[in-house]
Write a protein that binds this ligand. Structure first.
Ligand code: SF4
Ligand code: SF4
Length: 504
């Protein structure tokens, strides 16, 4: 069928600079560039371009530009370009429009409408270069009260202490499964988490056996609806276990890893036959109530000798606060909330862009509800879904998070340019693909260093901002909304966030 779609990108080659080296031809998995030997000329098929910018970065002569295509449909406030294009795609394929990475719709990003406080005159600020600052974070259930026996020389804690994991800084890597991402990308996350002293999350694709010895102390292993790779050894090769109920990018629906991405090692790790589609059902088929969830939480605790915290991850949806309360009462030690801007390897566009609520509102209402019910200390809250910088992280902690998960930010550090084509298996950056030719583009030694650098930079910035507020420990700002003020927000938004307007 002849396509009616307009090209998304235009590719411009400066012929006076181009040295016909064919690097762009070799780098592009979408066959946008082609060299004609007879004519000694490069040809461009821009309708195939996904805007990943790989050729632009790799061109040794800096001869390429990839820009949004200037061709436009007649301006129409209702029929925007993406509405046109998606409808035409469906008319041509008869299928669901798929996408990858996070929601790019212009819903309000509340982090950009809240500002942080700073000390002036009455409470001195702290210089983090000269004074100790503490970002160490403990994730897990805390005792309601701390009984300390002061008899003898060394004070002794007498309260029962629940298992917690320790993070050097309050940032963890989100669930990204082996199979959805390449082995090298997955290994880079594990290496970076280990080097920096934080955690990576296996997602639902299992943990390769050869990585268990070295990376168990920095792994959060997921138990999702497909139960891929879940057995006793997997559960015990982790610092924490996470039950995945939902994902911010696609609340209410399951997952589908196409057979082409289920290569031999992926299949072995997931415990499924090679080349078969890995289908994750929408619900966990043994969970239809909070009581069922409680049974799974305690089954996992039992299987790991009550030595590991158990987290439950949910998507941010309308009644998220009530659901979180039920999860804590069911025995979870951690509630992870994934907002509408959370990333994904593959999701129906309609779901990604229209289902769920912004993380900021969900986080504030969960934290408030758990406090009101007197059960906030029984769990930690992990916030996920669209963190872009250290200021977002600090604002999330002030809104009630104990720590945050980053997924897209970690991918961008590795090379991702958010082309949203992860589901095609042709990631030009070697991240979301199992194609051996593309996978080789990532060197875990280098990529993990990029991730460590990112965590290091954010930690420095967190300390700077905390110091500016006169605070020397991240613990002290947790849930402390007095350090936030809203800008250009409606009354109802300020109320949900529990934040005063700037100037108040
Ligand atoms: S990579 Fe750059 S210099 Fe090489 S052929 Fe492509 S456009 Fe020309
Ligand atoms: S991971 Fe790769 S395919 Fe996915 S958005 Fe990033 S660059 Fe594109």
């Amino acid at each position: 069928m002849y396509s009616h779609l307009l090209s998304e990108f235009t590719v411009q080659r400066m012929d006076d600079r181009c040295i016909r080296c064919q690097v762009c031809e070799r780098q592009c998995p979408n066959e946008v560039h082609e060299y004609d030997k007879e004519l000694d000329r490069m040809f461009t098929y821009e309708e195939k371009c996904v805007g990943c910018q790989r050729c632009v970065v790799m061109c040794p002569a800096k001869a390429l530009f990839v820009r949004s295509h200037p061709s436009e449909y007649r301006m129409n406030a209702s029929w925007t370009r993406d509405k046109f294009q998606n409808l035409k795609k469906q008319a041509e394929t008869g299928g669901v429009v798929l996408t990858g990475s996070g929601n790019d719709k212009p819903y309000r990003i509340y982090w950009d409408h809240m500002v942080l406080n700073a000390s002036q005159v009455t409470n001195p600020s702290i210089d983090p270069l000269r004074e100790p600052m503490e970002l160490k974070t403990f994730i897990g259930r805390k005792p309601d009260t701390l009984k300390i026996n002061m008899d003898g020389d060394v004070p002794k804690v007498e309260s029962e202490l629940h298992p917690n994991i320790t993070l050097k800084s309050p940032v963890l890597f989100s669930a990204m499964s082996y199979g959805a991402i390449s082995y090298r990308a997955y290994k880079s996350l594990a290496m970076a988490a280990k080097e920096f002293g934080v955690m990576f999350n296996t997602g639902e694709g299992g943990l390769p056996v050869e990585m268990r010895k070295d990376y168990a102390s920095n792994a959060i292993v997921q138990c999702a609806s497909g139960r891929f790779g879940v057995d006793q050894d997997y559960l015990n090769s982790a610092a924490m276990i996470e039950i995945k109920i939902g994902q911010g990018a696609k609340p209410g629906i399951g997952g589908h890893l196409p057979g082409e991405k289920v290569a031999q090692h992926v299949a072995q790790t997931r415990m499924i036959p090679q080349g078969t589609d890995a289908l994750s059902p929408a619900p966990q088929h043994d969970i239809y109530s909070i009581e069922d969830l409680s049974m799974l939480i305690y089954a996992l605790k039992e299987a790991t000798n009550y030595e590991k915290p158990v987290s439950v991850k949910i998507a941010a949806v309308h009644n998220v606060a009530a659901i979180a309360s039920g999860i804590v009462r069911a025995g979870a030690d951690v509630v992870a909330i994934d907002g509408i801007r959370g990333g994904t390897g593959a999701a129906p566009l309609a779901t990604r862009d229209n289902v769920g609520i912004p993380l900021e509102l969900a986080l504030a209402s969960v934290d408030r509800r758990l406090r009101e019910e007197g059960i906030r200390s029984k769990c930690s809250i992990l916030a996920a879904g669209g963190f872009r910088c250290s200021a977002d992280v600090l604002k999330a902690i002030a809104l009630g998070a104990d720590a945050v998960y980053i997924g897209t930010a970690a991918l961008v550090a590795m090379g991702c340019t958010l082309c949203q084509k992860c589901y095609t298996g042709k990631c030009a950056w070697g991240i979301c693909t199992q194609n051996p030719y593309l996978v080789k583009r990532l060197n875990p030694e280098i990529t993990s260093q990029r991730l460590v650098n990112l965590l290091k930079a954010w930690s420095h910035e967190l300390k700077e901002m905390l110091g500016g507020m006169g605070i020397n420990a991240i613990e002290s700002i947790r849930g402390n909304r007095e350090h936030l003020r809203g800008i250009s927000l409606e009354e109802w938004e300020l109320n949900v966030l529990g934040v005063k307007g700037a100037g108040e």
